[in-house]
Design a protein around this ligand. Structure first.
Ligand code: PLP
Length: 484
């Protein structure tokens, strides 16, 4: 009795002073990114220091922070650094970081109830409706990432095709064999979404692409017809607005027309590309996006909101709700008090407890604005075009996928015709990572190992693009013993 078991500090002043130091250290970290390598291999001693038992007694905040700086911040993934061009990752901003701190302080749970954080998420949902040309009936939701957003799109589409009864009787009860369609360039999370939805990845037909790596509409139409003739039930077309390997944007208007004619659901994976609507030069290529039944995107990619900030938008909000809302006595909605509230986001997705992802997105847009965001997005595409020019001009490098947006794929070509070029390019990229100047990633293009530069980082400049070309050629030369 009378014991103070609160976890708040005894000395608020000391905690405040330490908090200010931690904030300052993080600002220093962000302001000096260029002074450090993109990435460094983690020394075994550092890993070994973190195989520990759960801490039993109290520790010191300043000491924990020291360990964070030395062992964690120093060996982080590198995506903040201007030389980072691997995979498809955003770089964050100081504004987003500060918003994360505020969200952590509020510790709001956005599953439901009547509090202002939910109104902020609703405000961002409203922005998304306007940005992507969706109607007022559309519902949106923050989720972890586009993998989850695509999964939600598939689930809502599946339940619309099978009727909401599927929630009770399961997928098999209908006896129908649902099939979905996407281009061969679609992200692997779409395949996984089909698996997790109980439809199976074989039911996802991967359709060939045209010269610009966009889904071949005639082949898609033929695949749907063939499946119908064979007794399948085509229900979903997944369009890509920016493929992960090549930045290809499917002809979304043609897909919307076809989905309408076939009575199918059109879901668009706009993980990063959807935010191209903010750049005047890209927006026209996204025409048709506004006709999608559902859209997956990530604010943590091109919009630079700190991880994670995935988002799904569904044209028919009622269909989304019918897929997920699950009444329970302990979640009873009231007309007054904290348990009131006209939107409980837990009705629109699989999560009940949800963090305040909306806040960092809200702050990012409030402070940066869509104009500057669009200019930054356009600039990353410009850098990609410059990279394409440099690759074409190099006698060491071969272009494998041109810059449709902000992604360019190329490879080093050895003079020795017997060389294993795939293995060589993997070795080049590993060496580049270890050298720490630039960090592209690898993929396969037309069966060839490709160095992929995905330029998402708002800090990347022309000198980083030049460094990539120079270093890839230099490392390739050194590995093959080629004289410069
Ligand atoms: C086109 C595309 N779709 C889906 C995803 C998966 O997104 P996330 O990693 O946010 O789950 C990515 C990730 O890069 C992507 O580029």
């Amino acid at each position: 009795m009378g014991r103070d078991t609160s976890l708040d500090p005894d000395d608020w002043d000391a905690t405040r002073a330490q908090g200010h130091r931690m904030l300052d250290d993080m600002f220093d970290h962000l302001a000096t990114l260029r002074d450090r390598p993109v990435w460094r291999p983690i020394p075994e001693a550092v890993r070994a220091r973190h195989r520990t038992a759960p801490p039993k007694g109290p520790g010191d905040l300043a000491e924990a922070h020291r360990v964070f700086l030395e062992d964690v911040a120093a060996y982080s993934g590198g995506n903040l650094h201007p030389g980072f061009m691997g995979w498809v990752q955003g770089a964050g901003t100081p504004v987003g970081m500060l918003a994360e701190m505020l969200a952590g302080g509020l510790n709001a749970n956005l599953g439901g109830r009547d509090h202002m954080p939910i109104a902020i998420e609703a405000e961002v949902v409203g922005w998304a409706r306007r940005l992507f040309g969706f109607p007022e009936t559309a519902q949106g939701l923050f989720v972890t990432g586009a993998s989850m957003a695509n999964f939600i799109g598939v689930l809502v589409a599946r339940n619309q095709a099978l009727t909401p009864e599927v929630r009770h009787v399961g997928v098999a009860a209908s006896g129908r064999r649902l099939t979905a369609y996407a281009s061969s360039g679609a992200h692997s999370c779409v395949r996984r979404a089909m698996e997790m939805a109980g439809l199976g990845s074989e039911a996802l037909r991967l359709v060939g692409v045209d010269a610009d790596r966009r889904i071949d509409i005639a082949a898609l139409r033929a695949a749907i017809a063939a499946d119908r003739a064979a007794g399948f039930s085509p229900f979903l077309i997944v369009g890509s607005a920016g493929t992960v390997d090549a930045g290809a944007i499917d002809d979304l208007t043609a897909l919307a027309d076809l989905a309408k004619a076939e009575g199918m659901w059109l879901h668009v994976d706009g993980a990063y590309g959807a935010l191209g609507v903010l750049a005047a030069e890209i927006a026209p290529r996204l025409k048709g996006l506004e006709r999608a039944d559902s859209l997956a995107l990530d604010f943590h990619k091109w919009a630079q909101v700190p991880y994670d900030a995935g988002f799904v938008l569904v044209r028919d909000g009622a269909a989304q709700r019918a897929t997920f809302a699950t009444p329970a006595a302990y979640l009873q909605r009231e007309t007054r008090g904290l348990a009131a509230g006209d939107w409980w986001p837990c009705d629109d997705g699989p999560d009940l407890s949800r963090g305040f992802r909306a806040l960092k997105t809200w702050f990012t847009f409030k402070v940066i604005g869509t104009d500057a965001m669009g200019a930054m997005i356009a600039h990353t595409c410009e850098l990609a075009r410059e990279l394409e020019i440099l690759v074409r001009a190099s006698n060491r490098l071969e272009l494998l996928a041109r810059a449709q947006l902000n992604i360019v794929c190329f490879r080093y070509v050895a003079e020795d015709p017997g060389a294993d070029i795939d293995a060589l390019n993997h070795a080049i990229v590993a060496q580049l990572h270890e050298d720490g100047i630039v960090a592209p990633s690898m993929t396969r293009i037309d069966g060839k190992a490709a160095i992929r530069a995905a330029i998402f980082n708002h800090r990347t400049e022309m000198r980083d693009i030049e460094a990539l070309v120079r270093e890839a050629a230099r490392v390739g030369d050194s590995l093959t013993g080629t004289k410069a």
